[in-house]
Write a protein that binds this ligand. Structure first.
Ligand code: GTP
Ligand code: MG
Length: 170
């Protein structure tokens, strides 16, 4: 029925930012200290109840290594939502995240729901990107922003719930 929605969601971001770890935390409630780098992309699905509806996320966890960049359009094309992930301990990963946002703004679905995830928020003592800087950037670019930790689970379910709530309803 119209209360049940399938939504393609893609995760993009620098290698090692924690895309696979966020998905593993969300889908299986697990975390691996030595998560292997993704080759190509990996697919997952997870259903969430939001108010009186259910959203079935069809999740494409892409590979952040630069040599896979040319595959990315296959995964973000037609996506209802994107999570752009950076690592709060890496300014390079934040720069890379902004490039992904630009690419989606230029090539992606104009109605896509975009979230910016500042991951590894548990590593406060190694922080290089302030929450304020990211919040301002997200606001200026129409994304919603959360700092997450796949390790501690902080904000991970909340982020997916927030996306589910923001999806346009048929
Ligand atoms: P690619 O697949 O290469 O694009 O990387 P990725 O973005 O999928 O990163 P991945 O999930 O493989 O995580 C990279 C490393 O960071 C792994 O060793 C994870 O255990 C670690 N990691 C991921 N998320 C967190 C987090 O929230 N906190 C901490 N402390 N480590 C994390
Ligand atoms: Mg990965």
């Amino acid at each position: 029925g119209q209360n049940n929605l399938n939504a393609k969601l893609v995760l993009l971001g620098d290698m090692g930012a924690g895309k696979s770890s966020l998905v593993l935390r969300f889908v299986k409630g697990q975390f691996l200290e030595f998560q292997e780098s993704t080759i190509g992309a990996a697919f997952f699905s997870q259903t969430l109840a939001v108010n009186d509806a259910t959203v079935k996320f069809e999740i494409w966890d892409t590979a952040g290594q630069e040599r896979y960049h040319s595959l990315a359009p296959m995964y973000y094309r037609g996506a209802a939502a994107a999570i752009i992930v950076y690592d709060i301990t890496s300014t390079d990963s934040f720069t890379r995240a902004k490039k992904w946002v630009q690419e989606l703004q230029n090539q992606g679905n104009p109605n896509i729901v975009m979230a910016l995830a500042g991951n590894k928020a548990d590593l406060e003592d190694k922080r290089k990107v302030t929450a304020e800087e990211a919040r301002v950037y997200a606001e200026e670019n129409g994304l919603f922003f959360m700092e997450t930790s796949a390790k501690t689970a902080a904000n991970v379910n909340d982020m997916f719930h927030e996306i589910a709530k923001r999806l346009p309803r048929a």
